[in-house]
Design a protein around this ligand. Sequence first.
Ligand code: OFO
Length: 165
Amino acid sequence: SLLVDTEKLLNKQVEMEGKSSAYYLSMASWCHMMGYENAAKYLYTHADEERMHMMKIFRYINEAGGHAMQPEITDIRHNFNSLREVFELILEHEIKVTKAINNIVDHAFSVKDFATFSFMQWYVTEQREEETMSRRALELFDIIGEDGVGLWTIDQELGKLHDAS
Ligand code: OFO
């Protein structure tokens, strides 16, 4: 069964994934309202994926003999200054998530909890993909530029990025 520390770390990660889901849903709503249709679509899907990330850990905790806790989700930001800011915040957030995942992997290894260590490998891979995707999204702003039809074009490209994922 899970050690107390491991269970705590995993429940903290449940909270983080739940928060990611709420955060991205809020961003999706802002993009949708602003008319960035493809960015909104990308973020609605991303919000669903984060919920799935949360549930995977949630079930694992209980299956491993722990007690998964439904997190309190508060302090969700609803307004953003620009589409670029949204994508900057996503990358920033994903980097934080990667650190938290790596910390769990490191912990699991050090206490010889190889089941958790192995379970977390999926997240290590997922984070590498998510960071790459976020960086690519952000690059569009520099490559295309935001003037004139730039923002519209960026939104179109964000739609393709999503299809490629
Ligand atoms: Fe986007 O992070 Fe979950 O794992």
